[in-house]
Design a protein around this ligand. Structure first.
Ligand code: ATP
Length: 371
């Protein structure tokens, strides 16, 4: 790491958000057991989907969570909303430890933390009218808004850009984008403080994605709702989030304010992800090109030390033996934390391309030789 000095991460003081976090997650773990054996089935291993995640979300801010498929983003979202029971770690919401909170303790919090799902086709009950779908969370939670529930539902339909007259229509009468708007209206029905949006636009047409992202942005800024915005598309996350966390194989490897993450990434994995985003190409002459080979390793047996080392061009023995802590590297803005023994220079420019896939490298060499 030569000239980079690491400073320990001071809990609560290194994040960009002001004041106390609305949601704080420390060392969060979710290990799904794997059973095998005959005739007696016993646990033979575990899928370490989330394996020590630290995150904070401040009131009213949008935190983007990005990473390749299978790195634990959705599981983190479901743990935060307590749809899943954590195996380890701690979840604090508004100063309250809700890690293993039971039904009773969760009841008042359930309405404050809502979730928007990826698939607007399967997340709405096809047998219920739009009115019933949006109204039912109010009924379940015994909420009677002034003017009545129906009036509130019509207001919500208007807020999300749908016609209030469509109250009695069924989900199949709407397009994908409109169905996602119904999902947003349902999430808003309980006036939440935090919405976990799990890939909310990835199932939609590209032309519709921007409209739904704009709606979520409007909701966030006008209603002051905090968002955990899970996506694999870095361009969309950049548009929507004030801070961004990058996950790899069950862990956060880098977290920073949007500008720092997109213009001064330090983790090699963040560099690799950004090199695949056309939008990040500010100056094509300077653009780094990193092609990651293979998939994310299995979360059943993650690599020792730094989990990214098996795909990293800078890995050494230290990376295999020591798990790098998530810390603030000197020269970085407050709140910009990186988990890497050999972080990249704080720039996107690169003298030479890094091609990690040997087959791709050979192909490119062939092209260069012919030129
Ligand atoms: N219920 C489950 N039982 C066993 N393994 C699971 C379960 N849910 C998720 N996993 C595994 O946990 C890992 C993380 O999955 P997760 O869905 O959280 O990743 P992700 O980053 O959201 O990926 P994607 O973008 O594809 O949804 C994956 O290897 C997945 O197969």
């Amino acid at each position: 790491m030569s000239k980079n000095v690491t400073l320990p991460h001071q809990q609560g003081s290194t994040d960009a958000g002001p004041g106390e976090p609305l949601l704080s997650v420390e060392g969060l773990e979710k290990h799904f057991p794997i059973y095998g054996g005959f005739p007696f089935r016993k646990q033979v291993g575990a899928v370490k989907a989330v394996d020590g995640v630290d995150l904070q979300i401040y009131p009213g801010e949008a935190l983007g969570v990005v990473g390749e498929s299978g790195c634990g983003k959705s599981t983190t979202g479901r743990l935060v909303t307590r749809l899943l029971e954590p195996t380890g770690g701690k979840i604090t919401y508004a100063g309250q430890d809700i890690t293993h909170a039971g039904r009773k303790q969760l009841a008042p919090i359930r309405s404050e933390i809502q979730m928007i799902f990826q698939d607007p086709f399967s997340s709405l009950n096809p047998r219920q009218t739009v009115g019933t779908i949006i109204k039912s969370p109010m009924e379940v939670n015994g909420i009677n808004p002034p003017g009545g529930r129906e009036t509130r539902v019509r207001e919500l339909l208007e807020t999300v850009g749908l016609n209030p007259e469509h109250y009695n229509r069924f989900p199949h009468e709407f397009s994908g984008g409109q169905r996602q708007r119904i999902g947003v209206a349902r999430a808003l029905a309980l006036e939440p403080k935090l919405i976990v949006a799990d890939e909310p636009v990835s199932a939609l047409d590209v032309s519709i994605q921007a409209q739904v992202v704009n709606l979520l942005q409007k909701v966030q800024s006008e209603l002051g709702i905090a968002f955990m915005f899970i996506a694999h598309d870095l361009a969309i996350v950049r548009h929507f989030s004030q801070r961004v966390a990058v996950m790899y194989l069950g862990k956060v490897v880098e977290v920073a304010d949007r500008d720092s993450l997109y213009t001064r990434p330090r983790h090699p994995y963040t560099h690799a992800l950004l090199s695949a985003v056309p939008e990040a190409d500010v100056d094509s002459a300077k653009k780094d090109r990193i092609r990651l080979s293979g998939d994310v390793p299995s979360p059943i047996m993650p690599p020792s030390g730094c989990r990214f080392r098996t795909r990293c061009w800078k890995a050494t023995e230290k990376c295999a033996s020591e798990d790098p802590p998530l810390v603030q590297i000197s020269g970085n803005r407050e709140g910009h934390l990186t988990a890497c023994h050999f972080p990249e220079e704080p720039t996107l420019s690169r003298g030479k391309d890094v091609v990690l896939d040997p087959a791709l490298a050979a192909l490119e060499d062939g092209h260069t030789a012919k030129d």
